[in-house]
Design a protein around this ligand. Sequence first.
Ligand code: BJW
Length: 227
Amino acid sequence: MRVVVLTGAGISAESGVPTFRDANGLWEGHRVEEVATPAAFETQPTTVQRFYDARRRALHAVVPNAGHLALAALERAFGKRLLLVTQNIDDLHERAGSSHVVHMHGELFSALCRACGERSRWEQDLVDRPACPACGASELRPDVVWFGELPYEMDRIHRALTRADLFVSIGTSGAVYPAAGFVRAAAASGARTLELNLQRSDGTDWFHDARHGPASRLVPAWVKELL
Ligand code: BJW
């Protein structure tokens, strides 16, 4: 059996990483739609860099939870028959032990050079415009996918969705495309689909099955059933 798992902010919520669209989903009064766009970066680069610098720093203080750990156990059992796709830019899946993770919206610990296009491992702040390790230009931006930009590795994800027997969506509101459309792509190719989320999402009706509750409880229970 081939499985594709999609995770969103909800899987990291119980580790203390804020989600985007819940009650605490604002940053200094900004909605994510205001700070996660190329236009915002053009007009207010300092605000946008500070938003990501703060989140990058906060990442040092959090640890994976039982949901991340269960998915790492699933990878150990399924190997390449599992593709773990995350919309999250944190590295909690990797720290839990998952080694093949597609970060379709980029990574906080990576910087993208607007001058040369190089992606570099990056753990420091970007607001003071440090030099790109590859070309020296002071043009580094967070290596994340903003609204209007193309998510990473879409071909690989779509190949996996068309081959999947099971598609499982965990902790995502289903408000942002193309990820919100994966359930329909997988189902159209014959996969069974399951939502695991704290509450009903925008996409619940598209899934064959849905279970609602905290990811730290639902994900280990589902993995245990599967194994
Ligand atoms: C728990 C829990 C617990 C809480 N346990 N659960 C009109 C129609 C259709 C599409 C568009 C449209 N207008 C524009 C578009 C396209 C646009 C889009 O979707 N806009 C929408 C607003 C409508 N999309 C794009 O622009 C994308 N690119 C694109 O489409 O390119 C064209 C293209 C692509 C492919 C093929 C061909 C063409 C890019 C989208 C980039 C999104 N970027 C962000 C920021 C990334 C960097 C960063 O992190 O800052 O990604 S926005 C933000 O939303 C972030 C997230 O990854 C993403 C999704 O959020 P997520 O993870 O779902 O979080 P929440 O907070 O929304 O939900 C959390 C859920 O967890 C909730 O349901 C809770 O209940 C639950 N939860 N605690 C379990 N303990």
